[in-house]
Ligand binder design. Sequence first.
Ligand code: MG
Length: 391
Amino acid sequence: MTRIKSVRTRVWNWTGPTVPPQGHFCTNASDALWTKGDAMSSFRFHQWLTCEVETEDGTIGIGNAALAPSVVKKAIDEWYAPLVIGEDPFDYAYLWEKMYRTTHAWGRKGVGMTAISAIDIAIWDLMGKLVGKPVFKLLGGRTKEKIPVYYSKLYADSVEVMQKEAQEAQKNGYLAYKTRFGFGPKDGMPGMRENIKRVEALREVLGYDVDLMLECYMGWNLDYAKRMLPKLAKFEPRWLEEPVIADDVEGYKQLSAMNIIPISGGEHEYSVIGCKDLIEQKAVSVLQYDTNRVGGITAAQKINAIAEAHQIPVIPHAGQMHNYHLTMANTNCPISEYFPVFDVEVGNELFYYIFEGDPEAKDGYLQLDDNLPGLGISITDKHSQHFEIFE
Ligand code: MG
């Protein structure tokens, strides 16, 4: 048996070039504030955290977190790392409970659970490497010949720019696309018309034989969403994502009960019990936990079982290997979100610059290697000139 020897955290601060953001490129929870200035600032993040868990034999498992990296780093360094050092990584379920219960008073949601997630993902990578198997083979194995992905970008812009992007994306044969709304309650009726105009324009280009998903990123409220649902129905969206803030579970329930468009969410929910509540309360038709936040792969697998029993599909938030492995190993995860490789914009592209090994989608699908141990990623120094790194 080899035991965990150390936990190394690094914050990667992107200092390289970024694409300047458009106004109204995506609604978000800060839109409700009266503050003027950069309403998109809370949406962008140009920092990432890597978490490397090493065993006595020198094997290193890699986890990561994109939420408040410098704060999560402190939480891991001071609280969570000492809880797992000296332990057997194969006791992963016990280690998860140890981290969860020891910090329950303050850590069960938000920063604490993000720290747990980063360590847990690293432990799964480590276990895969120690037994020489890809993580999905430890989770149930291959349930798909290959993983269908949906193109996740199409931030709100002018109609022409969005149509052009959709046309470009179509060349890669995706069967599903997700776009972001640019307007919310503050923008009144003219904003509603702008939102609808863009969905209509995308359907014009993409047709109706592919899925189109609509993302609000918590930038609407219940009243606004209730008024929008009937107007959007004719465009046959696959789902409407996070129409209201994550805490407004009652809002999700009411919108789901309208039964006009499937409501998705869970990207900002935490833990097994938090996701169980969303499912049992019929708040969402599609669950989109983020493995980086929800408690890592250990929690995600438990949630997958609950969701499957309720026949609620799980489509984890974001691309990234930990989500692909879960999707490969679960019949109830039909498709993966996929961020196309782009210049650094909002920040969710950064993992392409920190890690090597993420598969690129081809003809609307991606593939995992049956023989690559662990998650199949490594940390690269290819772009190190564009990062400030804090240990
Ligand atoms: Mg989302």
